[in-house]
Write a protein that binds this ligand. Structure first.
Ligand SMILES: NC(=O)c1ccc[n+]([C@@H]2O[C@H](COP(=O)([O-])OP(=O)(O)OC[C@H]3O[C@@H](n4cnc5c(N)ncnc54)[C@H](O)[C@@H]3O)[C@@H](O)[C@H]2O)c1
Ligand SMILES: O=C(O)C(=O)C[C@]1(C(=O)O)C=C[C@@H](O)C=C1
Length: 314
């Protein structure tokens, strides 16, 4: 299935969001959670005319107030049951640790034929939590936009967040291809590239590219803040771009990231094990003064950075 939905980035073409759609793709889209990602998606859906109406609900009452004030959706609803009642697309946009609780409230309230999707950072847990409550004739098309910032909440969102970014879809085997295509069409319309993969594979890949880097940033900044007070002040005063980049990542939402690590435990522990071994090898090379080992590693990693930049420019 993966190849047919894939939108390969054409060489030389800068991905652009589609124009405002002539006819909306969906009648009513419900956003469960209206923080950074939910509100960015709501803004993009409205901007591109992808739904006749939209509705959001959220656990934080002030998020609903902000959503109402900024007119992020056509309607707001006080409960999940009310939000999803007439929706033909429901997008869960809450931290992955809240999915089981959300699933309980979705149960028995989804419209026949609904497409249930999400934006969560871990996908095996999405299928585990959402698949069991799916009514007959409904479709589960989990999604993960590989786009974000260190900010949270509805005021932090923006419609352009997903432009030129991947959105990975992880539909369970046997999912109606038409439902997958409809969700893919929505993400394409707002400027994203689509890749379809197995949830377990997604969790391994993101374990390396997203979860481990966040863990490292949290550790480095944590180590710096554990220093004695005068040294800590100097770290703040003299922090140049390297440390600053880590502090941006380490400022990411604590609840979201707590849930990511607890819901991608296996893949994260495995990659941490490999990382720890590599760090130990580096420690030994430094202690022994092995200049060649250090230079060889740093040359290899520099090439990876260049390959990423070249791939973006292709
Ligand atoms: N922040 C990022 O960079 C990023 C990027 C890609 C994907 N994601 C994923 O997107 C999802 C949302 O992240 P975010 O950054 O938008 O978070 P956020 O903290 O900005 O917003 C979360 C929203 O969920 C609501 N919520 C929380 N628990 C709820 C519950 N039990 N019932 C109803 N609403 C509930 C909150 O009220 C809030 O509106 C997460 O699963 C995260 O893993 C985040
Ligand atoms: O740019 C950032 O701030 C991000 O951390 C975005 C990022 C990432 O690691 O790339 C973070 C978590 C998501 O699940 C997807 C994207």
């Amino acid at each position: 299935m993966s190849e047919s939905f894939r939108t390969p980035a054409p060489a030389g073409a800068a991905p652009q969001p589609g124009p405002r759609a002539d006819a909306p793709l969906f009648d009513r889209v419900a956003f469960i959670g209206i923080g950074l990602i939910g509100s960015s998606l709501a803004r993009a859906v409205a901007h591109h005319n992808l739904a006749r109406s939209t509705v959001c609900t959220a656990k934080d009452p002030e998020h609903l107030e902000v959503a109402h004030g900024l007119k992020l959706t056509t309607d707001t609803a006080p409960t999940i049951a009310e939000a999803v009642r007439d929706a033909d697309l429901v997008v869960v946009c809450v931290p992955v640790g809240a999915y089981a609780e959300v699933a309980e409230q979705l149960k028995g309230n989804l419209k026949p034929g609904v497409i249930l999707s999400d934006v969560g950072s871990t996908k095996t847990s999405t299928v585990r939590d959402l698949a069991p409550i799916l009514p007959e004739g409904a479709h589960l098309v989990p999604g993960h936009p590989i786009a974000g910032t260190e900010h949270s909440g509805p005021a932090a969102g923006f419609a352009e967040l997903f432009i030129d970014r991947w959105c990975i879809l992880t539909p369970p085997p046997g999912t109606d291809p038409a439902a997958v295509e409809k969700v893919a069409a929505l993400w394409r319309a707002i400027g994203s590239w689509i890749e379809v993969m197995e949830p377990e594979h997604h969790d391994k890949v993101l374990g390396i590219t997203s979860h481990l880097p966040h863990l490292i940033a949290y550790t480095i900044v944590g180590t710096a803040t554990d220093l004695e007070e005068d040294l800590k002040q100097e770290v703040i005063k003299f922090s140049a771009s390297g440390f600053r980049d880590f502090t941006r990542i380490a400022a990411s939402d604590p609840v979201m990231w707590r849930d990511v690590f607890l819901n991608n435990r296996e893949a994260v522990l495995e990659i941490m094990q490999r990382f720890t071994e590599d760090l130990t090898a580096l420690q030994r090379a430094i202690r022994r003064g092995e200049a060649e080992t250090l230079e060889a590693l740093f040359t290899r990693t520099r090439a990876i950075r260049r390959a990423i930049i070249d791939a973006k420019q292709a």
